[in-house]
Ligand binder design. Structure first.
Ligand code: A2P
Length: 247
């Protein structure tokens, strides 16, 4: 139905596969599962490492060694198995630390980003260092059962609704269009055909500057905090440690 070159396929290195010797095997499994020769983009899933083969919980957390894992990612880039390599959920500090040692700089930082968590500082840093931001949970993950994510917090925000009404668009379209206008790529999920079509209809119009400015009034909150990684015995003792104060 579609050709390989029409698709941009991203996958992630799971947190249990950070050991440099596990990285080639991990992408090998992914390529086999997806019946592909290469990925367009391969990301370190998070700055969180867990024991191989375990599930994410504080007793399984290990101290990450991002420089060692990154070197293994760079080798995948060299081999052509990943046409670009990047990271996910990295704070400003973690991106700067990585840029300081990387031979191949990360192409992308895929992060939680939406109107309730606009990531101003991270956007400016990544833009100035040539790291593209890709927004996950751009609608605020309204259907999520994750702790701390409570319903349609982005889509029911009164400012988002009022901008949508002025533009005769839906709140979801406004939320997604904001990401595009911030220079991000955007990753909305839907299993519903009508909503998938709605989410695609964001290219032929724009949010004018005066309405874009309204979004700076929205109170900010990180929704996906990663509490599971935080524990007195974990490498991350507090949420501040995990996010380097960006919470
Ligand atoms: P559904 O699959 O029933 O459409 P996110 O991408 O921020 O993680 O959000 C995904 C959630 O948002 C899913 O629960 C999805 O439900 C819902 N969703 C996707 N598109 C829209 C839309 N246009 N309007 C309202 N909810 C949407």
């Amino acid at each position: 139905v579609v050709k390989r070159e029409d698709l941009f396929i991203t996958s992630k290195l799971w947190s249990g596969d950070h050991a440099p010797e596990d990285v080639p095997e991990a992408i090998g499994t992914t390529l086999k599962d997806l019946q592909l020769d290469f990925l367009d983009l391969f990301l370190i899933h998070a700055p969180i490492r867990i024991k191989k083969g375990t599930t994410p919980s504080h007793e399984n957390i290990l101290p990450p060694d991002i420089p060692a894992t990154w070197e293994a990612m760079e080798k995948l880039y060299d081999s052509g198995k990943a046409r670009a390599v990047g990271v996910s959920s990295f704070s400003c500090k973690k991106i700067e630390d990585l840029l300081a040692i990387a031979r191949v700089p990360p192409a992308v930082n895929q992060v939680e980003c939406h109107l309730i968590w606009q990531q101003d500082k991270l956007q400016k840093l990544c833009h100035s260092r040539g790291v593209h931001i890709s927004a996950f949970s751009p609608l605020g993950s309204p259907g999520s059962s994750l702790p701390g994510v409570s319903g349609a917090i982005v889509l029911s925000n009164p400012i988002v609704i009022s901008v949508a009404e002025k533009l005769q668009k839906t709140p979801a379209q406004v939320a997604l269009r904001w990401c595009l206008q911030m220079g991000q790529s955007v990753l909305p999920k839907s299993t519903n055909e009508a909503r998938i079509k709605e989410n695609f209809d964001i290219f032929e119009w724009s949010i004018p500057e005066d309405l874009m400015a309204k979004f700076s009034e929205i109170k900010q909150a990180r929704l996906l905090k990663g509490e599971f990684a935080v524990h007195p015995l974990s490498v991350y003792k507090t949420l501040e440690d995990l996010w380097d104060g960006e919470i």
